[in-house]
Design a protein around this ligand. Structure first.
Ligand code: 4AZ
Length: 253
């Protein structure tokens, strides 16, 4: 009964919020790559379509849903050390192998993590460096930081932001988020944003980093719309897939 009432309220709120304008990284600010030197742009024939994070000089952490559509690595590359998509001063390196989590489930989006192996090692500098993985789940109420070049409209066809953007997002209670997502979350997921929306990631930010205390705590995974009421962004909890990442980055390409 309560779930029914709650759902009705939620649907009304979601319906009302659909009329609002959507943004890129919603409610964020331009950020130079030197502030988030672990951020990369994941590209197909040089077109940005997802984000990612540098784990070591030859491995990138991204989302499994970013790689699921590709039969092979032809045309896939990453660009590191670049603030604007239209700049050409970054390090562009081909992807030689992609390893989605073996338990990734496209229906539930559970275990939404993949590792990319690079053709050459990145050269680390002030704009290009690795981020440590968080070994513990990020706590509810923490203020985390999400970045990306995400699109202006959810659902594809939108424009990516040429300049890298970042936004602070409040980590939500897992149980409260479970209700907002009708019990569809798994323990590999956490939510961040706020109840009334306004700060969020969006399409094209997928696979990108969520940072807390200089560690990678999350991977941009999915959401109901972008920045909408009662629809926080859903992120892969890095600490729950850390063994996969470590194993996948240890194997040679
Ligand atoms: C997407 O479509 C997407 N608000 C990514 C993140 C979020 C929503 C949608 C989170 O790739």
């Amino acid at each position: 009964m309560w779930l029914f009432l709650f759902s009705t309220l939620l649907c009304s709120l979601v319906y009302l919020s659909e009329t609002r304008e959507e943004g890129k990284i919603i409610g964020g600010n331009p950020v130079p790559i030197s502030e988030v030197p672990y951020q990369i742009s994941f590209r197909y024939h040089n077109q940005h379509f997802c984000g990612g994070s540098i784990y070591n000089d030859q491995s990138i952490v991204t989302a499994a849903h970013c790689v699921e559509g590709f039969r092979n690595v032809n045309g896939l590359s990453i660009v590191a050390g670049q603030t604007k998509l239209s700049d050409t001063n970054g390090q562009k390196i081909a992807v030689t192998k992609m390893t989605p989590h073996p338990e990734y489930d496209a229906e539930t989006v559970d275990y939404d993590v993949a590792v990319l192996h690079l053709a050459q090692p990145l050269v680390f500098n002030e704009n290009v460096s690795a981020i440590e993985l968080s070994t513990t789940p990020v706590r509810s109420r923490s203020m985390a930081y999400v970045t990306g070049w995400g699109t202006t409209k959810q659902g594809g066809g939108g424009e990516v932001s040429d300049h890298l953007l970042g936004v602070d997002v409040r980590v939500q209670s897992w149980y409260a988020c479970q209700l907002q997502y009708f019990l569809k979350l798994t323990s590999r997921m956490f939510c961040a944003g706020n109840f009334f929306g306004g700060q969020d990631s969006c399409q094209g930010d997928s696979g990108g980093p969520v940072k807390f205390e200089n560690k990678l705590v999350g991977i941009v995974s999915f959401g109901r719309g972008c920045g909408d009421v009662a629809s926080p962004g859903v992120y892969t909890q890095v600490s729950s897939v850390i063994e996969f990442i470590k194993n996948a980055t240890n194997t040679s390409p």
